[in-house]
Write a protein that binds this ligand. Structure first.
Ligand code: ZN
Length: 429
């Protein structure tokens, strides 16, 4: 790796010092402040830190933190990897991540969807990973179309290799200007933001379609489940690109048609989809499935997600759900035999508008004890009442937890509610 210019070295070192001070004074992990200090001293620092590294950028509405972690874990098989493990996914966080692993030949960076074009341009990353696009609390579907359009412009004319989910029409559209794309069939359970063709606005057909796998060589192995993910515009030629990697229930099918059982420790369909994307990405770095997969199995929790906190014999497993698509993924992970506590806030990072609660189908929760907490518990209570889901209201998460019999309970919380529970209940176990 070439030596950084003196100014960039100084900016990088001072940024690290600021991060250390921030940590020492209990102001968080310091990755954002450190990066800001570095960028203030050397605005070109991110580009300088990125050059000469093999970089992957990971973006999506849901799953980017987890997938970043999975890819990082896989690439550690090849050497040191710089990564923004704390989810600081804007340029200051990227500066901090690369600065604190100066000599790592690899980098895997989670990137906020809105910042992706800027970070692609600045870092010149060779690999871009795109998984799903759906509305966040604050966003409406029109805005995610604009976002995909910006991705298209940023990818056009660059020598990048994109790994993209072919099952999400908006992602497929956003990725299709790239010079090279590896298409992955990772599924798309949440379809409410993509009934229209992003190219022409026509209706998308999604079922009753004949499906032939690439070359036909995996026929008989690809189940009807993967064919269900096919889609095509009724009014123009835009349709699902042919995937070369497939998530098939609890397994991945690689481009050679070989089936590998995933058996990763992270729960649920969404994490199996993340794992398939991570394996496809690892292969672009020259790492075959048989070496990458054992590394994915080592990941047990990501930034507090899926960890358990406990008090007085109650063991609460924490699931984060930040938007309608995320709630659908969390429902998939729930243990049907356990009670569930739902906690919803509406602070800045959550989005102040809770109307998105009406987009989620809560009827799946019928038949198990449901407790409702969080600052906006009354909004959620009304939503559950209309859906015919019996529930009990609690003044706080603590009270909801105390109401449980000793043993296990599942918790689904949105962003600040999740962070409150983590800080209040201390170290996850
Ligand atoms: Zn169309």
């Amino acid at each position: 790796m070439t030596q950084l210019p003196l100014r960039a070295q100084l900016a990088s070192a001072l940024g690290r010092t600021a991060a250390t001070l921030s940590r020492a004074t209990g102001r968080g992990d310091g990755s954002v402040i450190g990066g800001r200090v570095g960028l203030a001293l050397e605005p070109d620092l991110l580009r300088k830190l990125a050059q000469d590294r093999k970089l992957a950028l990971v973006s999506a509405t849901n799953g980017k933190t987890t997938t970043t972690r999975l890819i990082t874990s896989a690439l550690q098989e090849l050497g040191d990897v710089a990564t923004n493990a704390f989810g600081a996914n804007m340029p200051a966080g990227h500066v901090s991540a690369l600065s604190s692993a100066k000599h790592a030949p690899y980098g895997v960076l989670e990137v906020d969807e809105k910042y992706l074009p800027e970070v692609i341009n600045t870092t010149g990353a060779g690999v871009i990973v795109l998984m799903n696009l759906s509305r966040d609390q604050m966003d409406r579907a029109g805005e995610i179309w604009l976002l995909a359009q910006k991705w298209r412009r940023a990818l056009a004319g660059k020598n990048t290799h994109v790994i993209a989910n072919a099952d999400d029409p908006l992602v497929a559209w956003g990725a299709s200007t790239a010079a090279r794309v590896t298409w992955v069939s990772a599924g798309q359970p949440w379809k409410e933001d993509s009934w229209c063709c992003p190219e022409c606005g026509g209706p998308l057909d999604r079922k009753g379609m004949e499906y032939t796998p690439p070359g036909g060589h995996v026929s008989g192995m690809v189940t009807s489940r993967t064919a269900e993910n096919d889609w095509a515009c009724r009014e123009c030629t835009f349709r699902r690109p042919e995937p070369s990697w497939f998530l098939d229930d609890d397994a991945v099918i690689d481009p050679r048609g070989q089936r590998w059982v995933l058996d990763i420790q992270l729960p649920g369909r969404a994490n199996r989809a993340n794992a398939v994307v991570a394996l496809a990405t690892a292969e672009t770095f020259g790492l075959p499935v048989q070496r990458a997969l054992p590394r994915l199995r080592e990941v047990t929790s990501v930034a507090g997600r899926y960890t358990t906190v406990q008090r007085d014999g109650r063991h609460a497993r924490l699931l984060l759900a930040k938007n309608p698509a995320g709630w659908l993924e969390a429902f998939d992970v729930l243990d049907r035999s356990l009670p569930v506590i739902l906690s919803v806030n509406a602070q800045g990072p959550d989005g102040r508008d809770t109307s998105w609660l009406w987009d989620v189908d809560y009827r799946v929760l019928r038949g198990r004890p449901v407790y409702v907490a969080g600052e906006r518990r009354l909004d959620l209570a009304l939503r559950l009442d209309v859906a015919g889901v019996p529930f009990q209201l609690a003044d706080s998460f603590e009270q909801a937890l105390a109401a449980q019999p000793p043993g296990k309970v599942d918790v689904i919380a949105n962003y600040t509610a999740f962070q409150q529970i983590r800080s209040e209940f201390g170290r996850a176990v």
